[in-house]
Design a protein around this ligand. Structure first.
Ligand code: ADP
Ligand code: MG
Length: 727
């Protein structure tokens, strides 16, 4: 007997929890032990060298080769003491995930001898074989080579037996080939633009950061059941599968008790995260069965993103140890909540959060100034912001009836909305809500008490007290894509704002009045982006269109926003990417989109032909056999019809669904072959979206109908009810 779905289910349900590694008594004893952090640097680097490294991390000062040589020597000793035998430049190609090529420290020389070697040059720069990564034509246009360069602002770490050095990946002519390089440039851009505005508020010589706190959602499935689902293995989602009778209707999973098997996994995961200095803070169940979330305390965006990518890698290994597979796909199961990665984003100095309303009038004006400019940037670039999070997998969330809709609007909450409305309606000399004239000419904005009670869960870009929460980001995404766009558009808007304020000052307005008047105008021009209602309603779609918000749901068309004149100008104005780089990225987006859909199409066609149809026709034959035998017993036509009508109908249904599914699969594959010949990546992606995606949906309908008809004993694929409930 061959291994069946039932063997897998039995295995899954009988699997005892794997005891997590008992953590050391207190996290403080091992936190960050696998990171080349300050504590470890103190042991392995001289104080001069450390000083230089800190300057580089905190102020972006470039490290010279001598210092790099010292750092490399210390880093090597530390890594070898940690048991590392290899090192790698760890980078973030546009295909998603991370890439690494491991080199051994061992440097064999002479006759049968070897030395451990790691120089400053090896630390600073490497040349991986870039040809296997997509470049969107960049390397054809320029050089066939790309190199990785050390990013000292994100500390090196040891994972397994390898020293991992965070790097950017760029072409020899300097174009970014990865996610990190533009992110770092966008951080510099927003730091500069923000610092220029802060001078008005008496804050100078402070370094500015963009901060990010992500919330990673994911699904777990049992490894044995996973192994029986070729669609989940290859496309990370179920391409077929009828809804389970019980899924999330009861909403009893959210914040419910975590199954013990999962809890042990989480403990292990947290242990591994703490060793890597990932500041994990919360863990809980999510809305859907088998869905969970893990979130850290926010950090500087660049570091937070590296930590998120490290987490995703660690999760896969830890899950395997516990007999799970972790799914980062945004929509692994139809009809059940998808997974996102909310990006909580803010800007600030080391001590001051600029999106926190303050206690004084000046602080509140500062808050309104930055908030208004962010809203304006989001309003003017809402299509671009959506494009930054749109992927083949995330498009199942965006625009579908679940948070958030495919229209980027912002929710402010009552207090902040009111403060802005007051600013609009007040003559600046009049005190809000009061009678007396205000001598400084600052509207006395009441102290804002930010409530978190009226949080709007359908808003894609919600103000949540001291930050904006961008909820449209997909669970499998590299957050850099979204954060780079946010930093860039806000930086560019702040530059424009400063120019306008300076013009007002030159025309005789006082500085405070100029800021206030300009903030009012900025808010007035973009208040249409604010929406506090139900983002799922049909009425909102119509209203959003009227307000000039982008309502496109087709991913390939959304990507056009990267190449609009406005986007190119915005990116250029703050020096984050040039037009060639933007075009390359967009080409890659289209290419990846087509490839993902094509994989789904091929897998589904395979599944239909090799799993579903054979089983369905086998079951049909059993019924046919039964019916023809009945005919021998019930010789009267009337009697026969009465007893066999039901089965005959099922036979007909199976015939209809199998023939339809077969015909659609064949046609879909033919279309795929045809579309593959299309030269233009954009045109190709549009075809995959417009033609192939509907095929996937209709084939699924037939297969899911068959799942409900065919004998449960014969069905080869683990069903939703088996995949979705961990015991
Ligand atoms: P919720 O699920 O209620 O949205 P969580 O506590 O799960 O909230 O996640 C909120 C995230 O926002 C955390 O990572 C938190 O550190 C982060 N965060 C809090 N304040 C800021 C801020 N000023 N800037 C960026 N992120 C922040
Ligand atoms: Mg959240």
């Amino acid at each position: 007997m061959s291994y069946t779905r039932f063997d897998a289910v039995e295995e899954a349900f009988a699997r005892p929890p794997v005891k997590a590694v008992p953590p050391a008594p207190a996290t403080s004893e091992y936190y960050g032990c696998c990171v080349f952090n300050r504590k470890n640097m103190r042991k392995y680097l001289s104080s001069d060298t450390r000083q230089k490294v800190y300057e580089s991390i905190e102020q972006g000062v470039t490290l010279n080769r001598d210092v790099a040589e010292q750092v490399a020597a210390g880093m090597k000793r530390w890594a070898m003491d940690m048991g590392a035998t290899h090192y790698t430049h760890w980078f973030q190609p546009l295909t998603g995930g991370t890439a690494e090529k491991h080199d051994s420290f061992a440097e064999p020389y002479g006759k049968g001898e070897s030395l451990e070697e790691f120089t400053g040059k090896l630390l600073c720069q490497q040349e991986p074989d870039a040809s296997s990564f997509p470049s969107g034509g960049l390397r054809n246009t320029f050089e066939a080579r790309g190199y990785t360069a050390w990013d000292p602002t994100s500390p090196a770490f040891v994972m397994g037996d390898t020293l991992c050095i965070p790097t950017v990946f760029i072409s020899f002519t300097g174009e970014a080939l990865d996610y990190k390089a533009p992110l770092l440039k966008s951080e510099a851009a927003i730091a500069k633009a923000t610092a220029d505005i802060l001078k008005y508020f008496g804050i100078e010589n402070e370094f500015i950061y963009s901060y990010l706190g992500w919330e990673q959602e994911y699904f777990l499935v049992d490894a044995s059941l996973y192994a029986m689902r070729p669609d989940v293995i290859m496309a990370e989602r179920t391409l077929v599968g009828h809804n389970s009778a019980r899924n999330q209707q009861l909403e009893d999973h959210y914040f419910g008790c975590i199954p013990s098997r999962v809890l042990e996994f989480m403990k292990d995961l947290e242990f591994e995260c703490y060793k890597l200095g990932i500041p994990i803070k919360t863990r809980h169940n999510e809305v859907a069965p088998n869905q969970f979330e893990i979130a850290p305390v926010y950090e500087q965006a660049n570091l937070a993103i590296d930590h998120n990518l490290e987490l995703m890698a660690v999760m896969k290994t830890v899950a395997e140890k516990h007999g799970f597979k972790v799914l980062f796909h945004e929509k692994p199961f139809a009809g059940i909540n998808g997974s996102g990665k909310h990006c909580n984003w803010s800007i600030g100095t080391a001590d001051i959060g600029l999106l926190s309303p303050g206690k004084t009038e000046m602080e509140n004006l500062r808050f309104l100034t930055f908030t208004a400019n962010i809203l304006k940037a989001v309003y003017d670039n809402n299509a671009l912001l959506k494009a930054s999070v749109m992927t083949a997998s995330n498009s199942h969330r965006l625009g579908a009836n679940e948070a958030p809709p495919a229209i980027i609007s912002s929710f402010l909450g009552t207090q902040v909305s009111q403060a802005f409305e007051e600013l609009l309606n007040t003559d600046d000399m009049v005190r809000i809500g009061g009678k007396s004239k205000y001598s400084l000419g600052i509207p006395q904005i009441p102290e804002l008490l930010i409530d978190n009670t009226d949080r709007n869960r359908t808003s894609p870009f919600a103000f949540t007290g001291n930050r904006f929460e961008f909820r449209a980001v997909g669970s499998s995404a590299n957050c850099s894509s979204a954060v780079t766009v946010l930093n860039t558009i806000v930086a560019s808007q702040l530059v424009k704002f400063k120019e306008a304020v300076d013009r007002r000052i030159a025309n005789g307005e006082s500085q405070v009045k100029a800021i206030m008047n300009e903030t009012r105008e900025v808010y007035r021009s973009c208040r249409d982006v604010c929406f506090d209602g139900n983002g799922y309603s049909e009425a909102w779609k119509i209203e959003a269109q009227r307000r000039g918000l982008d309502c496109e749901t087709s991913a390939p068309l959304c990507y056009d926003a990267f190449l609009s004149e406005k986007t190119v100008e915005t990116y250029k104005s703050v020096g984050v990417m040039n037009e060639v780089e933007l075009r390359a990225r967009t080409e890659i987006n289209w290419e990846i989109y087509s490839k993902k859909i094509e994989i789904e199409a091929r897998v589904l066609a395979d599944l239909t032909a090799n799993h579903i149809l054979p089983v369905s026709t086998r079951y049909q034959s059993i019924l046919l056999d039964n019916v023809s035998k009945m005919k021998e017993i019930f010789t009267e036509t009337k009697d026969f019809q009465q007893v066999a009508a039901g089965e005959i109908q099922i036979i007909k249904d199976i015939a209809m669904h199998t023939s339809e599914a077969r015909a659609l699969s064949v046609a879909m594959e033919e279309e795929c072959d045809k579309f593959n010949a299309i030269e233009s990546q954009r045109e190709k992606a549009i075809k995959f979206h417009d033609v192939i995606v509907p095929y996937l949906e209709s084939i699924r309908e037939h297969v899911d109908a068959l799942e409900m008809i065919v004998d449960d004993d014969m069905w080869p694929l683990p069903k939703y009810r088996e995949l979705l409930f961990i015991r």
